[in-house]
Design a binder for this molecule. Structure first.
Ligand code: FES
Length: 140
């Protein structure tokens, strides 16, 4: 069985920023093609900085821990800083994860990118609502 470093285990056991943001400025939803799990990332902006970042996922412990770390790190940052942090965090965490877990972590980064894309589109006035509604997943 794979061993995970302490800081990843801590975020898995006590994940931060789990949930949804009411009336978000950007939402990104992605799926992990290898396992079928889904990740949704929400951002709320204030004066060009990320005020709040939250996530919801059906994913595994690695997806939860890495999303918790990423959402913590991007709060209070500009979009450009958040994207840079996201890339740096991927490099840092990937060195600690077993190869088969790589798609689980990249979920958070890809969902964040889509949330930022939606925010940028809204700012430019070219997109009213993007992403995806988790209610679409519910069965009647
Ligand atoms: Fe599905 Fe990790 S196994 S997100």
């Amino acid at each position: 069985m794979a061993k995970y470093p302490k800081f990843l285990m801590e975020h898995f056991q006590n994940p931060r920023n789990v949930g949804e943001i009411h009336n978000p400025d950007g939402v990104g939803t992605v799926g992990n093609a290898s396992c079928g799990d889904i990740m949704q990332m929400f951002i709320k902006m204030n004066e060009g900085k990320i005020l709040e970042a939250k996530f919801k996922t059906f994913g595994c412990g690695a997806a939860i821990a890495t999303s918790s770390i990423l959402t913590e790190r991007i709060k209070g940052r500009t979009i450009e800083e958040a994207l840079k942090i996201s890339d740096e965090t991927v490099k840092e965490i990937l060195s600690h994860l077993p190869k088969e877990k790589i798609p689980c972590f990249t979920l958070a980064r890809e969902a964040l990118k889509l949330a930022i894309e939606e925010y940028n589109c809204k700012q430019a006035g070219v997109h009213e609502k993007g992403g995806f509604d988790s209610k679409d997943l519910e069965k009647e």
